[in-house]
Write a protein that binds this ligand. Sequence first.
Ligand code: SF4
Length: 207
Amino acid sequence: MDAQTCLKKLQYVGVLNFATVGLDKSPQVRCISAVHYEPDALYFFTARGKEFCRELLHDGQVQILAYTRYKEMIRVSAKAVVVPEEEQKKYRELIFQEQPYLANVYPGSTREIGIIFCVRDMQIEYFHLGVHPIFRMQYTIGNGEKKPKGYTITGDCIGCGTCAGVCPQGCIEPGEPFRIMQEHCLHCGSCLEHCPVQAVRNIKEEV
Ligand code: SF4
């Protein structure tokens, strides 16, 4: 698995969920298939009058989510930017060619109400629940940053093995301290709840 394969999987899914934060701070999510895929970028179409467009122009923060039939979750966290004016027509026409239904939604020149955004610098989370043990990994494209999350076992570990016994994925290996195999961890928190000496920490609280 790699970042480019994740983007290809988004393309296979075809209809993606785009989440933003509304101007009133409420969560907003919508399904979008007007997307053009490149190996290192996503281009998407919306209309200038839509709340979605206003939210993107406001701060550009967006999460894009897809779930495959094989139980793979792919989540992109990124900042969307408006494509330069001189490239707007090129990407709009490309998206309309690739998604012919759009000509029904925006016939003729009415498509000119559209605006094309691009996502280039992205963090990608891949999470496969269809294998055992489950598999997760983070990737980046451009200037996207990996953001650590999940749990870790600190030097306070006394080696009792309680955490390994309650881990649903069997992804904690013995050692001094015991170690969580991060690529197989569900982030369920069972090890943290059961550790008798509070040696398990949430990574987000550590950084
Ligand atoms: Fe196992 Fe859950 Fe702890 Fe991950 S968070 S190591 S899956 S018990």
